[in-house]
Design a protein around this ligand. Structure first.
Ligand SMILES: [Zn+2]
Length: 88
């Protein structure tokens, strides 16, 4: 176990106040927001080939191994970028 570093990391983390009302809104407005959220999710799942720019949707992804995928258009293999990683 590390002490000190872990503590400072937790302290540096930006506090994001989450009002309780937003939780209720999430439940009530789910039908209205569902379409927007779905589009957002789909867009974020799209992986664009770095070589030919072909948008590879999740159902078209050809996995080579646990990390790399292959573009169905130009057969370029690459590691897809991960969004919202823990590194940043
Ligand atoms: Zn490609």
């Amino acid at each position: 176990m590390k002490n000190g570093r872990c503590g400072s990391l937790g302290g540096d983390r930006k506090k994001t106040p989450i009002p309780i009302s937003s939780q209720r809104e999430k439940v009530l407005g789910v039908s209205r927001k569902q379409k927007i959220n779905l589009e957002k999710v789909l867009a974020s799942l799209d992986t664009v080939c770095p070589k030919c720019g072909y948008p590879i949707t999740p159902d078209k992804i050809l996995r080579i191994d646990s990390q790399r995928i292959m573009c169905p258009k130009c057969n370029e293999s690459f590691v897809p970028e991960k969004r919202g990683g823990l590194g940043q």
